[in-house]
Design a protein around this ligand. Structure first.
Ligand code: NI
Length: 169
């Protein structure tokens, strides 16, 4: 197992559109193990492969209190969304310390392969639904701050760059 480096906004690599996973092989299984470890270590509830600079359609999540219910989605596709949407406060491991409201569907259903490469349909609502939509955005190269106003986004960009400069010293 290995901890992976998480790309930080505004790293341009976060805007790469991921390609489908061609085969759920040992390379992908190792990546899943490492991404889960990285996500738990960073105390996150979700991590997309894009965030660790692997541009393939793979997401790991765990929204349970006990942090013992990992959910893996490979090549996820939205198959249904609720009519209702809600403004939720979101954060992101690639934008540490920033939280802001994003409008999301209350419930979504996705089809995806699991860690064994088996096709599954996952129904979700509330926090899990928000997390799935946030992570699927990452696979499309979209970071949640892109939903905010240009003014807020620029402020966040400056703050992130300043923090990275300070860390580098
Ligand atoms: Ni994120």
């Amino acid at each position: 197992m290995a901890l992976l480096q998480i790309l930080r906004y505004p790293d341009p690599r976060l805007h790469t559109v991921a390609k489908p996973v061609a085969s759920v092989d040992t390379r992908i299984q190792t990546l899943i193990t490492d991404m889960l470890q990285t996500m738990y270590d960073a105390k996150g509830i979700g991590l997309a492969a894009t965030q660790v600079d692997v541009h393939e359609r793979l997401i790991v999540m765990d929204v349970s209190e006990e942090r013992d219910q990992p959910l893996i989605l490979i090549n996820p596709q939205l198959v249904w969304t609720s009519a209702e949407t809600h403004l939720n406060e979101e954060g992101c491991l690639s934008v540490p310390g920033i939280y802001d409201g994003v409008e999301r569907f209350d419930a979504v259903t996705v089809s995806a392969l699991d860690a064994q490469g088996v096709s599954r349909v996952v129904e979700s609502q509330d926090l899990l639904a928000v997390c799935i939509q946030h992570e699927m955005d990452h696979l499309m190269g979209k970071v949640f701050v892109e939903y905010l106003s240009p003014l807020k986004r620029n402020r966040i960009k400056k703050k992130m760059l300043k923090a990275q400069r300070e860390e580098a010293q």
